[in-house]
Design a protein around this ligand. Structure first.
Ligand code: MLT
Length: 411
């Protein structure tokens, strides 16, 4: 008799965003005339930059010519893309990252989940609360946790609360943990980490032999020049951190799919016999076995992000969404709501008005304003009483959504 991975039965019913989509679809079916504005999932709305499109069209033509046709690419990604990333995203900021340490992939969501393949099941794992739900759910699937309690917290995980009191940056734990997920600029709160904060984490990880999973998917949104874009800007991070980056939110590749993970060659963790094993080798083995790379066409599109036109176009795109975030923050603040984030991130973290629960506010907003956001409790127990609003939409829709919300919830 075939059996299942019982760990899946520990998960809450549905992944957060499909669950939101289910509720929105049900509402839309019952109210076909409602003009619903979606500021829930952080999915981009504006067209791909011209530089990327032009490069992809050229790549399609190359695929149609025997002389330039490409079959399987290198599993780690083409060197011409990895070299540009190493030089412009890392070395230009003083980070010692070599092109050979970069693995091109089809998404940070997949990579932050798949990375668990190369780690043991006996690690003590820390996540912030609230947190991007993928980090938690993939640990549940991998069997790294026990069951969830009534609040949705899984036994065996160490939850580090992030609150307005600690500027949504977790305190360094007093206990020893082996794997730590950090996301800055933060999804869902929009908070950023200073160099000092990241240094404290790097010092902790080095002292305890821990590995930091640093998700920098939103680094392009950092406007404050003092805020680090990469964990490798911190001395010693090469000895304790893996970094995840994405082309989804800077170049609008959510539907095109391209991302990257950096695994420094000197980074090690312990085997059962106590020996030190290079994580780069394991990740390379994992990727070359289970992954066949991102298409040539898409990698050419990603490469164009690093051209002069590409850089100017993605800056414009990011600034567009940041202006949306500014509008959201201003309108909601003026209406008397408690607002966080949105300055160095495309997410605005809002205290729900009238002490409504996150899901009650979600339902009210959907039913009375026809606006969709994301309930804070969907990101963890400490997100209860908060609500995330994404800045990814057209200007017109953002302005209209803010008008509807503030007309209804002005306090
Ligand atoms: C979100 O809304 O949190 C994002 O869409 C996350 C993601 O990129 O998967």
């Amino acid at each position: 008799m075939a059996t299942i991975n019982d760990n899946y039965l520990k998960l809450k019913a549905g992944y957060l965003f499909p669950e939101i989509a289910r509720r929105v679809n049900a509402f839309a079916q019952a109210n076909p005339d409602a003009k619903i504005i979606k500021l829930g999932i952080g999915d981009v709305t504006e067209p791909l930059p011209e530089a990327c499109r032009t490069a992809m069209i050229k790549a399609v033509e190359e695929m149609g010519d025997r002389a330039t046709f490409q079959g399987y690419g290198p599993e780690q990604g083409y060197a011409w893309l990895r070299e540009k990333i190493a030089a412009q995203d890392f070395q230009a900021r003083g980070c010692e990252v070599d092109a050979s340490e970069i693995f091109i992939s089809d998404g940070s969501k997949c990579d932050t989940g798949n990375i668990l393949d190369i780690f043991g099941n006996d690690n003590i794992i820390a996540v912030t609360d609230p947190v991007y739900p993928v980090y938690v759910d993939t640990n549940v699937m991998a069997g790294n946790t026990g069951a969830a309690n009534d609040k949705g917290e899984f036994e065996g995980l160490v939850y580090l609360p992030i609150t307005a009191e600690n500027n949504f940056t977790a305190e360094i734990p007093s206990q020893k943990v082996d794997l730590i997920y950090l996301c800055f600029p933060n999804n869902p709160t929009g908070a950023v980490a200073t160099k000092e904060h990241l240094k404290a984490w790097v010092d902790y990880a080095r002292a305890n032999g821990s590995i930091i999973f640093f998700d920098a998917a939103y680094e392009a949104y950092i406007t404050d020049p003092e805020i680090p874009h990469s964990i490798y800007e911190i001395e010693g991070a090469r000895e304790c951190a893996i970094e995840f980056r994405s082309f989804s939110k800077n170049a609008g590749f959510t539907g095109t799919r391209c991302a990257l993970t950096v695994v420094p060659k000197n980074l090690t963790a312990k085997a059962a016999d106590g020996s030190d094993v290079e994580l780069w080798k394991l990740w390379n083995r994992r990727q070359s076995t289970k992954f066949n790379g991102v298409s040539y066409i898409v990698q050419r599109g990603a490469e164009a992000v690093y051209s002069e036109e590409g850089k100017a176009q993605i800056k414009e795109l990011v600034n567009f969404y940041l202006e949306n975030a500014k509008i959201i923050c201003k309108k909601l603040t003026d209406a008397g709501l408690g607002v966080f984030g949105g300055e160095n991130a495309p997410y605005v973290w809002v205290k729900t008005p009238h002490a409504l629960s996150s899901w009650d506010f979600f339902d009210k907003l959907l039913h009375t304003c026809n606006v969709v956001g994301t309930p804070g409790s969907g990101f963890g127990a400490a997100g209860e009483g908060y609500f995330r609003i994404s800045a990814f939409n057209s200007r017109e829709n953002v302005e209209e959504a803010m008008k509807r919300i503030t007309d209804r919830f002005r306090s």
